[in-house]
Design a binder for this molecule. Structure first.
Ligand code: BDR
Ligand code: CA
Length: 338
């Protein structure tokens, strides 16, 4: 049974990643830790708790970690993910409380108590994980594996001209994490899902239609000509929540001339973490720029050993969007139908 420990900044695509993992009967979600990113860390925690309750999975520990990046001020992005981080979806305040433990404690305890069993999945800035590595430098060996959504190696950034959001929010944390993995055996290196592959996971209105069908719900009307902000009409609460969340994300992408689509970065990383979607990787040495003006947060990958430094990551270089959507839609649809 795959055991996943998540660190997230929920976040519309983080929300789909979480719901997807909850929908897989063979997956155990060990705990969810929250970092500041798309929205503040406490709001991230409330979003995760509300989503757990919506999916009938209250009881999974949700802990808050770093509320600010390691060295620079926090920037959040409500314009991308909505005022609360899940677009137009409005979820009730959760009944379950935020854990009293810090995210770092959750990661270190889980990895020490189940050595070699837990796969880490990070879909937000790397602040919590960098702090956890300071507390337990053996984390890379204690974890079964690590999958990170972050970075971009084609220099078509989504936050600066060359940098991706999760790395941009806390570049110092990302740099610490890659440094910690330098020289480890290839099978221990983090699998990095960067923009050039996650942006291929382009969710379109027809995918939401298919999700509603898979859930046995009323066909979902999410169309470009719909008035901005109009709520989903689906009677299925999970389909309605995801449609309301994703519609906001589509409007955001349209604003930036990317079409009426939404990139499901984090959901791809989740499916990759449990090996339910095909992908290929190449080892590389990743450098995160933390100093050069205009380039802070830029990730550079040396695939050819030019720097003569050991690899510190396995970068995803190929994926299959159609198969990824088949997997997401059938699994989440089945959960929504249950
Ligand atoms: C990443 O940034 C966030 O806004 C998304 O949730 C995703 O994790 C993509 O750059
Ligand atoms: Ca995210």
């Amino acid at each position: 049974m795959p055991s996943i420990l998540m660190d997230v900044d929920t976040g519309i695509d983080d929300a789909l990643a979480l719901v997807y993992l909850l929908s897989r009967p063979e997956v155990r979600v060990e705990a969810i830790t929250c970092t500041a990113g798309n929205v503040g860390a406490r709001q991230v925690a409330l979003n995760n708790l509300a989503l757990l309750e919506l999916c009938g999975r209250a009881g999974i520990e949700v802990a808050v970690g770093a509320e600010v990046p390691l060295e620079i001020p926090l920037v959040t992005t409500e314009e991308t993910h909505g005022p609360q981080g899940i677009g137009y979806a409005e979820l009730p305040l959760p009944k379950q409380e935020i854990s009293s433990r810090h995210a770092v404690e959750v990661w270190v305890d889980a990895a020490r108590s189940h050595p070699g069993e837990i796969t880490g999945l990070i879909t937000g800035p790397l602040t919590n994980f960098a702090l956890a590595l300071r507390a337990e430098p053996d984390l890379p060996k204690l974890l079964k594996g690590l999958v990170i959504m972050g970075g971009c190696f084609n220099y078509q950034g989504n936050t600066t001209p060359t940098a991706e959001w999760n790395v941009s929010v806390d570049p110092h944390a990302a740099a610490e994490v890659f440094a910690a993995y330098s020289g480890l055996p290839e099978e221990n290196l983090p699998v990095v899902c960067a923009l050039e592959t996650t942006e291929r996971i382009e969710l379109r209105p027809e995918h939401l239609q298919r999700l509603a069908e898979a859930a046995g719900a009323e066909p979902e009307l999410v169309l470009p000509e719909q008035p901005e902000g109009q709520r989903s009409r689906s009677g299925n609460p999970l389909v309605a929540c995801l449609s309301d969340a994703i519609r906001f994300y589509m409007e955001f992408h349209r604003l930036y001339d990317q079409g009426f689509i939404a990139h499901m970065h984090d959901a791809f990383a989740a499916a990759a973490a449990i090996e339910r979607t095909p992908y290929g990787t190449r080892p590389a040495t990743v450098h995160v720029e933390t100093a050069a003006p205009r380039l802070v947060g830029t990730t550079v990958a040396d695939f050819r050993g030019i720097w003569k430094e050991p690899s510190n990551a396995r970068i995803v270089t190929s994926n299959d969007p159609a198969k990824c959507f088949d997997e997401l839609i059938s699994s989440v649809g089945a959960l929504a139908a249950a």
